[in-house]
Ligand binder design. Sequence first.
Ligand code: A2P
Length: 274
Amino acid sequence: MSDLNKLTLIDGNEIPAVGFGVWQSKGDALITAIQCAIESGYRLIDTAAIYGNEAEVGDAIKMAGISRENLFVTTKLWNDRHDDVENAFNESLERLKCDYVDLYLIHWPVSGQGKFVDAWNSLIKLRDSGRVKSIGVSNFSLKQIHQLESATGVIPAVNQLQIHPFNQQRELVDWQRSKGIITQAWSPLGHGNENLLSDPGIEAIAKKHLKKPAQIILRWLYENKIVPLPKSGNPTRIKENIDIFNFRLSPQERLFMDELDRGFNVGNDPESFN
Ligand code: A2P
């Protein structure tokens, strides 16, 4: 991935414009998939404590033919550790076999628990200690980001959300863009949703560009400065999902994609998820 395919975070650090998601992948199959991803040009690997695969991610990083500084590693704090961040982070670091992570996120706000501001204070300390380069959140609402800012004066560099054409969360994403907060997209392919991947309009755009529907979706996210984190265990699709830098969508095609939004949620609801 060239320098052109990076975005700059509000703290000045750079982040690759596309990443490799590893939710629901484990064992040797995951190590093989990460090796394939790195060979295909991915430089960002997105894991989380709850995925139960940080150890395999760490093994794959050790085996990668490139240095740690050339990789961008994200992991996330799980919900039951909001008041035990230092220990939770050290455990993640140990499993990852790394000295630092590039990005550490609070995985869910779990607002009923009422501890995410305390957790955010602990993330700020971790960043100040140098063991985390950038800090952010995932599945946070605009109101919850305001709460972080008013309590600490620090806004997250990233908010990772479920974003795909059927669930665009435009108001929040536009606001984040205006503040310089980078939006990352989990389940950018709608978790493989058939209706999305075989939408006739997306298929027609794909045919015109000699690309696959998934590539049209990922390109549309990239053109919106949203960092997609597609997951795949299939070498052909792993390669396909990062081969999106050699074509451009027309304004009409972008408009068509924008109009596919229907608030369709393929995961947990951030408001109620505990
Ligand atoms: P597979 O691992 O067999 O490739 P998401 O990242 O939105 O959660 O989507 C992940 C799902 O989409 C997985 O089931 C994955 O299956 C599938 N997938 C990943 N890339 C593609 C692609 N290029 N075309 C079709 N399906 C894909």
